[in-house]
Write a protein that binds this ligand. Structure first.
Ligand code: 3PG
Ligand code: MG
Length: 399
């Protein structure tokens, strides 16, 4: 695991601490619909405040593309953060310059201010050094608590770590600890459940996992491409036919590396994709031309339960079927519940990540029962791909 300094290594009393968090939370009609990312940063913010730091919170929100987009203001998030913290949170309408400075000057020891969306400045995403110096000028110490943004080499996630004494926040620590337990030094056998729509977006990830896991369970739309590559009819299913050669390469590679790839034995098919559409279960090689695969079938789900029961570690990314639309959630729900039960009985270390995945586990009612659920989407994927994350690399380079 990458080595870095933590909040145990610094005296923050009276210091201005710039804390990068991920407040890129899902929002609908001005309300936050999932507060996982907020709840995960509370320990760091509470600790800094309790230790008398002046806490300056930095985050992006959405993809405003370097422009001031009022709908992407962090202002409503400041109010939600205050409620979650149980203490006041100030807000400054800019993340650099006089506006930010004035707000920071007003901070008392233990006080917290949130600065406006860092991505309102195009220089943020360019990792621009002049902009980095402007931001670094605001504070004495940098804390990165945004693992879910660590795949971005931006000023607030990367450059700042080189300009100020840099530390990992508690959430960053916990994320890295669990992810490392799941894939760097895991207890074998290790299973990975990889679902989601497309093979093309998860190619690198599959390649990396082949060398690390013992069982690679493929579900979701991706599985159709593999079934097709094996010469099976997939009807109207989502399928990347142009990826068939790649899928065959992956299957061959898996054999050489001793990794068992598990595809669904049976599938749930329907003529159309809509809630409550008439559906049936068929063997994976019996899909008719006018049908589409929308979930794994019960035989597959129960086989996966057996596979997981023999494993010690599970990494999960991506749903096994079109879980947002009943009844095509059944396979994902069943396997998620099995994994949760194995975790509860102490037989499995289970780590899940990715936006859809967390939503799927929540839907199955088991998100709390997994050993760890990462708040990261893109960063989780890049970590599964085996890539170095610039935000983490910067912290360890300066440790
Ligand atoms: C995320 O939601 O995955 C992170 O906040 C990063 O956002 P981004 O993909 O817009 O960089
Ligand atoms: Mg993203």
């Amino acid at each position: 695991m990458a080595r870095f300094r933590t909040l145990d290594d610094v005296d923050v009393a009276g210091k201005i601490v710039l804390v990068r968090v991920d407040l890129n939370v899902p929002m609908k009609d001005g309300r936050i619909t999932d507060d996982l990312r907020i709840s995960r940063i509370l320990p760091t913010l509470h600790e800094l405040s309790r230790k008398d730091a002046k806490v300056v919170v930095l985050s992006h929100f959405g993809r405003p593309d370097g422009k001031v987009v009022p709908e992407m203001s962090l202002k409503p998030v400041a109010a939600a953060l205050a409620t979650a913290l149980g203490s006041a949170v100030g807000f400054a309408e800019d993340c650099v310059g006089d506006v930010a400075k004035a707000a920071i000057d007003r901070l008392r020891k233990g006080g917290i201010v949130l600065l406006e969306n860092t991505r309102f400045h195009p220089a943020e995403e360019k990792n621009d050094s002049a902009f980095a110096r402007m931001m670094a000028d605001l504070g004495d110490i940098y804390v990165n608590d945004a693992f879910s943004c660590a795949h971005r080499a931006h000023v607030s996630t990367e450059a700042l770590a080189h300009l100020l004494p840099a530390y990992a926040g508690r959430n960053m620590e916990v994320e890295l600890k669990h992810l490392s337990a799941a894939l760097e030094k895991p207890e074998h056998p290790v299973a990975a459940v990889i679902g989601g729509a497309k093979v093309s977006t998860k190619l690198e990830l599959l390649g990396n996992l082949l060398g690390k896991v013992d069982k690679l369970i493929i579900g979701g739309g991706m599985a159709n491409t593999f079934l097709f590559a094996q010469g099976r009819e997939v009807g109207k299913s989502l399928c990347e036919k142009n990826m068939a050669d790649t899928a065959r390469d992956i299957l061959r590679d898996a054999v050489t590396r001793g990794c068992a790839v598990i595809l669904p034995d049976d599938v749930v098919v329907a003529r159309e994709f809509k809630a409550g559409a008439p559906s049936k279960v068929v063997a994976a090689d019996r899909v008719a031309a006018d049908q589409m695969i929308l979930d794994i079938g019960p035989v597959a789900a129960s086989r996966l339960g057996t596979v997981l029961a023999d494993c010690k570690t599970l990494v999960w990314n991506g749903p096994l079927g079109a879980f947002e639309t009943a009844p095509f959630d059944a396979g994902t729900v069943m396997v998620a519940r099995t994994a949760a039960a194995l975790t509860a009985s102490g037989r499995l270390l289970s780590v899940a990540g990715g936006g859809d995945t967390v939503a799927a586990l929540r839907h199955a009612g088991v998100a709390e029962e997994f050993s760890y659920v990462s708040t990261a989407g893109g960063a989780f994927l890049e970590w599964l791909e085996g890539k170095e994350l610039p935000g983490v690399a910067a912290l360890s380079a300066t440790a």
